[in-house]
Each structure stands twice: as C-alpha cells, then as structure tokens.
Design a protein around this ligand. Sequence first.
Ligand code: XMP
Ligand code: MG
Length: 199
Amino acid sequence: MMNEKGAHPEPGDFGPLADDVSQVLYTAAEIGERVREMGQAISQDYNGRRPLLIGVLKGVFPFMADLLRAITIPVQVDFMAIASYSRSTRQQGFVRLQKDLDEPLEGRHVLFVEDVIDTGLTLSYLLRSLRARGPASLEVCTLFDKPQRRLVPIPIRYKGFDLPEKFVVGYGLDYRELYRNLPFVGLLKADVFGRDNGV
Ligand code: XMP
Ligand code: MG
C-alpha cells in the first residue's frame, strides 16, 4: 500500500522490520520536505557554479539520491568507501580508503554530503584529506547531527535535523546491514541489539 503521494510504503507495510522500531523520529514525509528545502538552499547558494557532491558509502545513498534530485542547477556526484575501523583506530581518526573518488578536486566547489555526524572523527579526517587536494571550496551538508556527541568541531553549512544521543536506523542507516530500506528514521527496540541476526 502506498501513502497519498505514492512514494513509499507505510510503516505498517514493513511487518517485522518496522516492529523492531520503538519510536519513529522523522517520517518519510518530514524527511522529504526537509531534503527539498536543503536542495533549494544549495541550488541558490551555488548558482552559477557546478558543485561536486561527495558521499561516503553506504549509509548516505538514499539521502544523496533525494538531495541530488532536489538540486536544480548543474551538479555532479562522486562516492568514496572507507573500511570499518576498530575503536582504537577510530579514536585517532584514521580511516582506510576502500574506494577513492573518480574525480579530481582541484578548483572544484566540493560539498561533502553525510548521513549522520556523530563524534566527527571520521569526517574530520576525510575533510583534511580532501582539503589537501586543492578544492576551490569545501563545505559540509548532513541530514542528521548528534551535536552532543562531538569530539572534534565540524563546520556544518547545511543541516537537516538534530538527533538524540541514540542509535537510529532507516533511510540508509543500518544495524548489522538491515533497516536501510525503511523510508523513515527511528529508534530500535532494546532487545534487537542482543539478537544474532536481527528481524
Ligand atoms: P563519527 O566519526 O562522526 O561517525 O563518529 C559517523 C558515522 O557513524 C555512523 N553512525 C551511525 N550509523 N546509526 C547508524 O546506522 C546511528 O545512529 C549512527 N550514528 C553514527 C555513521 O556511519 C556515520 O557516518
Ligand atoms: Mg556514514
């Protein structure tokens, strides 16, 4: 069954997947509206330029897809992939690149697009590495922010929503690679975390 806009199934259509969610924080419609506003702001601010949106796989892909289609000026997109890291290397802000960008950044107006900024350690490392490639500008756009969790300051140019200091899933965000397909974002029930393979 579709909602009135026909874009997404309703939460109730997801059966056991949605049953694992204790609270919906942002509905598909709320996310859609905010993403459209962000796309409009970016289109105005970058008018006359041709920004390059950069995302880190995999969590950002639904946001990137929706944001891209909310931008009405010429725009390009590129992705990188990083290895998941241990707690100790993460604390030092190290990440290992599994897939680098296809595009050179020199002279480009780069907009780094994130799903969620938490401690900021990963992003801070990536921004340093991207800045060294000589972009004309480098700004950050994140759909979600957990400001209370920040360990290093991150200048955010575009922000969708703040989140509580809790783990969330949906709209690309996963727990053990599940729940990315939920069109809304919510909290998982406590008992889900102990489970072997979820759902
Ligand atoms: P930093 O380096 O800012 O890490 O601590 C940001 C990355 O952590 C992941 N992350 C989450 N993933 N639900 C998720 O599925 C969450 O609530 C969450 N909080 C942080 C995510 O990969 C993000 O890019
Ligand atoms: Mg991410």
